[in-house]
Design a protein around this ligand. Structure first.
Ligand code: DON
Length: 302
């Protein structure tokens, strides 16, 4: 498989739609990013890395950070968290408030914002600092400097009224252990982490290799790596998870910064980035690129 050629071809293939869709506008710092960018990186389980386009340009990973917070909580705490979060697709927008009251403060899954706030709360209790624990994992796995973008974090903090509402509702049901302000701060900090496609794909390689990273370190047990992949498949693209499974057929997690991380179990982690989003908050060119990748390689779980 000539993965370099395939990634180069994908850049050419998606070029007509790159820049045609708007970036997220509800976090003003994200709106300012040039939408005419696209990058792709593939990190294989045997240590090779391929990339094309703007694959070394840093971007805001946003909700992709939720894959790593979930992995850290599962590794430290086992299955305990499932008393506080369900594992079903929500069929609703990632920042919806509707279901949370209906379901008495138990979020549908760990990737919608309500569920991710609960996971961040648990990670903060377990480690004393949720966002720096995620940052340190990503630094260790990528071998690169990873930091939150202070402008994006400040921009989200100033406009994050829906997340504040979700956090207060969670707290009213007793489903946060830490103060609302602390949980929101930690969540915003890990969402604001900045990485490029290369570093993100390399950091997630453990999910393609039964929990073991390129240095032989077990980040997660094989069983938990399987479970994180299952949740990515069913819930990683929110209310577009079904359409994404139909088109691509891989576990994946999107972020409103325009990144998508996808896993081909046993083979590789793929990271794509292009800021223009569709109505569910997922990168349009990123989905098209992964569709093309699975068609070209035949690498899909189906
Ligand atoms: O909480 C938010 O709204 C953002 N920090 C993250 C949302 C996000 O990335 C959704 N993904 N497509």
């Amino acid at each position: 498989m000539d993965l370099q050629r395939i990634t180069d071809d994908i850049v050419a293939k998606v070029a007509p739609i790159v820049g045609q869709y708007p970036p997220a506008d509800y976090i003003p710092g994200l709106k300012a990013i040039d939408p005419s960018q696209f990058g792709i990186a593939v990190a294989t389980v045997n240590g090779e890395v391929y990339g094309a386009g703007n694959w070394t340009t840093p971007f805001s990973i946003q909700s992709i950070s939720k894959v790593f917070t979930l992995a850290l909580v599962l590794a430290a705490d086992g299955e305990d968290l499932w008393r506080r979060v369900f594992r079903e697709p929500s069929g609703n927008a990632f920042n919806s408030l509707l279901q949370l009251e209906h379901e008495a403060g138990i979020p549908r899954n760990p990737f919608i914002n309500a569920g991710a706030l609960v996971i961040t709360d648990r990670l903060h209790t377990l480690t004393g600092n949720a966002s720096s624990t995620v940052r340190d994992l990503l630094r260790a796995e990528s071998g690169s400097t990873v930091d939150p973008d202070p402008n994006i974090a400040a921009s989200e903090a100033a406009h994050g009224h829906r997340n504040a509402a979700l956090a207060h509702l969670l707290s009213s049901y007793g489903n946060l252990d830490n103060p609302v302000e602390t949980v929101l701060h930690e969540y915003i900090q890990h969402c604001a982490l900045t990485m490029n496609c290369r570093d993100l794909a390399v950091s997630a390689r453990f999910l393609a290799s039964n929990g073991r990273d390129a240095n032989g370190h077990m980040v997660l047990s094989a069983s938990h790596a399987k479970r994180v992949n299952a949740l990515m498949l069913t819930c990683g693209l929110y209310d577009a998870a079904g359409e994404f499974a139909y088109r691509v057929g891989l576990p994946a997690k999107s972020g409103v910064g325009g990144g998508i991380l996808a896993i081909v179990p046993g083979k590789c982690a793929i990271s794509v980035w292009s800021p223009g989003l569709g109505k569910s908050g997922n990168s349009v060119a990123g989905v098209a690129a992964l569709d093309e990748f699975t068609n070209r390689t035949g690498w899909s779980i189906f």
